[in-house]
Design a protein around this ligand. Structure first.
Ligand SMILES: C[S@@+](CC[C@H](N)C(=O)[O-])C[C@H]1O[C@@H](n2cnc3c(N)ncnc32)[C@H](O)[C@@H]1O
Length: 240
């Protein structure tokens, strides 16, 4: 008997299973190598580009011009705090952290980040998934999301972005830095290894619009190996 036709109506994000994703990440050691899927050498150029991107945003900001550090940011899906330690803590007074895998945040606050935690530079640590995290309104100058949003379904992402929009202070930014699907049919792609979805640029733009966010700057990460997914960073602000 012939196989039934593939169900092309099923969306890739329907395969997301949070328990499986957490099991995958919990089985990984708390290292930069595992945060970057075996490409630890990319961390430096990634962090430098992120710092340049934020500096550019601040140069065109009336509310957050260059000069003193930003008051408060949050590193979302932070892992072991690679972004917190290598970038955010250098340009922000207090950095909160959201990360569901406790083993990773334990490494951050007891390891390299111990001194920063002791002086309050690393603020609150929330050990929950972003789909459950409810930030306080009017709190953050910067909400940084990197290489973690593929763990949320489209519907969860829209709700999450709406909460983040409310959590921004006036003139603040939500930043999204993620791999982009290069699927020839422009579909999102489900990754069975870490149980996440790699979205297309078009999908991200549709989701941003749905939750009332506008793109105020975006660029493609330069200097990464061609065989990897392209990485794009977006800065978002409430639309109106
Ligand atoms: C590829 S690592 C990136 C870590 C960090 N953002 C960085 O750039 O170094 C993905 C992280 O997402 C976390 N994660 C998995 N499911 C998540 C969820 N539902 N909400 C937030 N983070 C999640 C994993 O535990 C892991 O720390």
């Amino acid at each position: 008997m012939a196989d039934p036709p593939a169900d092309t109506s099923a969306q890739p994000d329907a395969s997301i299973n949070h328990a499986a994703a957490l099991a995958y990440w919990s089985s990984n050691p708390p290292t930069v190598n595992s945060m970057l899927g075996g490409h630890p050498q990319l961390s430096r150029i990634d962090l430098q580009s992120s710092a340049n991107f934020l500096a550019k945003l601040r140069r065109s900001s009336r509310t957050h011009p260059p000069g003193k550090p930003l008051a408060r940011a949050v590193d979302c899906g932070a892992g072991i705090g690679r972004v917190t330690l290598g970038f955010l803590a250098k340009v922000v007074e207090v950095v909160d952290v959201v990360e569901p895998v406790e083993k990773f945040t334990r490494e951050l606050v007891a390891g390299e980040g111990r001194g920063l935690k002791a002086v309050g530079k690393i603020g609150e640590v929330f050990n929950v998934g972003l789909e459950e995290w409810v930030p306080a309104d009017d709190t953050y100058d910067l909400v940084w999301n990197q290489w973690c949003l593929g763990h949320l379904t489209d519907a969860q992402l829209v709700e999450y972005f709406r909460r983040c929009r409310g959590a921004l202070v006036k003139g603040g930014w939500i930043v999204v830095k993620e791999n982009m699907s290069t699927d020839l049919e422009e579909r999102d792609v489900f990754d069975e290894v870490d149980n996440s979805v790699t979205r297309t640029d078009g999908k991200f733009r549709t989701l941003f619009k749905q939750c009332g966010l506008k793109i105020v700057a975006t660029e493609v990460q330069r200097g990464f190996p061609k065989e990897l997914y392209p990485v794009r960073v977006y800065a978002l602000q409430p639309d109106g």
